[in-house]
Design a binder for this molecule. Structure first.
Ligand code: PLP
Length: 391
């Protein structure tokens, strides 16, 4: 079976882990945590970065550091991984779901502006949502599949309405936007994930990056139990969101290979796009002109009216030893978020039924990708074959 996405661990991972064990620094303090943080800052074009135990925890503590809490609304794209919305909920705030653009799959700037224009008023107490009286505290754009959202427009809107921006850049390390690095797009804080399925993994982990060093000190303080000095004195309700030296050792070794990994991901994307570009009813993943995506996942958008539901295609691909997966289920269809306020345009629901992700590990061999391409072409029912099986 050709797997969907597995890590490539051929660099300094084992050596750095061995160093942790020999030094006995296996827990939340150690040279690898410091080196990991510097490396994330440098590779993202940010002044500083703070390691976290996961991307979700990073998103959570970023919002707490920005003063977001109960009574606040945070605008979240309706099409994302559930962790984005969960991080808002963990702060005691509520997600306000705004749909994505059909061509880029990221937060739609027009819908965002429309929502703020029609439903909020600026007051001395902040931006207030008319019907609920709640404060709109922040926008959390998601860099879907490692491709930055249209940040110039989103930042303009955020500045106009004077609200914060926390970017969920979970899988976007290595991407650029209009030639700028991922940490230079104007978000107050930018959060990365180093979970096992991301391009660069620490086993599990996250990082919060930014250019306001005072704010990042606050993130660090809050995520490390808010301790003052060296004894048992704490000045806030802090978290234990620390990354261990073991995770950072793996993460650092992975970061050393970032360029090669992203290049591999982009090659895989290009090859699928080229191979499937000539098959009608199969569409490419987005590549908006403003960005060079980090191409976290690749695959195709299937015309299900023509080829039938994804589940059937997936079953056939599995028989051909090729793994494939659907992509995110929209937030408004998730049990905890079904009752959230939302501004929807139908895009996320449409996409969720049609996106099929295909094998795209950084070490996917050319022959394996050829096999995947042949399998996909082979399992598509021809229109005539389909007619025959219909009652
Ligand atoms: C992976 C991911 C997260 C969560 O990161 P974890 O490290 O698994 O907590 C959040 N948002 C998006 C868009 C992701 O892809």
């Amino acid at each position: 079976m050709i797997p969907l996405a597995i890590p490539t661990l051929g660099g300094n991972e084992a050596r750095y882990l061995q160093e942790c064990i020999e030094s006995t620094y296996v827990s939340s303090v150690g040279v690898f945590v410091d080196r990991f943080e510097s490396s994330v800052a440098e590779l993202s074009g940010s002044k500083a970065a703070v390691a976290a135990s996961s991307g979700t925890c990073g998103l959570h503590v970023a919002q707490v550091a920005l003063g977001i809490g109960p009574g606040d609304l945070v605008i979240v794209p309706n099409y994302t991984f559930v962790a984005t919305a969960n991080a808002v909920s963990h702060c005691g705030a509520k997600p306000w779901l705004v749909d994505v653009d059909p061509t880029t799959w990221s937060l739609c700037p027009n819908l965002l502006r429309q929502a703020l224009e029609l439903e909020t008023t600026r007051t001395d107490a902040g931006l207030i949502h008319h019907h609920t009286g709640e404060r709109v505290a922040a926008i959390m754009p998601v860099y879907t599949l490692g491709c930055p959202a249209d940040m110039d427009l989103i930042i303009d809107i955020a500045r106009e309405y004077e609200i914060a921006v926390v970017a969920d850049a979970a899988a976007a390390l290595g991407a650029t936007y209009k030639g700028r690095e991922i940490g230079e797009l104007g978000a107050d804080l930018t959060v990365f994930s180093f979970n096992g399925n991301k391009t660069v993994t620490a086993g599990g982990g996250g990082a919060v990056a930014g250019n306001d060093t005072v704010l990042l000190e606050k993130v660090k303080h809050l995520s490390t139990t808010a301790r003052v000095g060296s004894d048992y004195d704490h000045d806030a309700v802090g978290f234990n969101f620390r990354m261990t030296n073991l995770q950072a050792a793996v993460g650092l070794a992975q970061l050393e290979q970032l360029d090669g990994f992203v290049a591999a991901k982009r090659r895989i994307r290009e090859r699928y796009d080229k191979a499937f570009g000539s098959i009608s009813g199969l569409g490419p993943f987005p590549s908006p002109a403003w960005a060079r995506s980090a191409c976290w996942f690749s695959g195709v958008v299937v015309d299900i009216e023509r080829y039938g539901p994804l589940a059937v295609l997936r079953e056939r691909l599995r028989s051909a030893d090729v793994d494939s997966r659907p992509f995110w289920k929209p937030m408004h269809l998730q049990k905890p978020y079904a009752d959230c306020m939302s501004v929807l345009n139908g895009t996320s629901a449409f996409l969720a039924e049609r996106i099929l992700t295909l094998p795209c590990s950084t070490n996917l061999a050319d022959e394996q990708q050829t096999k995947v391409i042949e399998a996909v072409s082979g399992v598509l029912p021809t229109p005539s074959a389909r007619t025959k099986t219909e009652p």
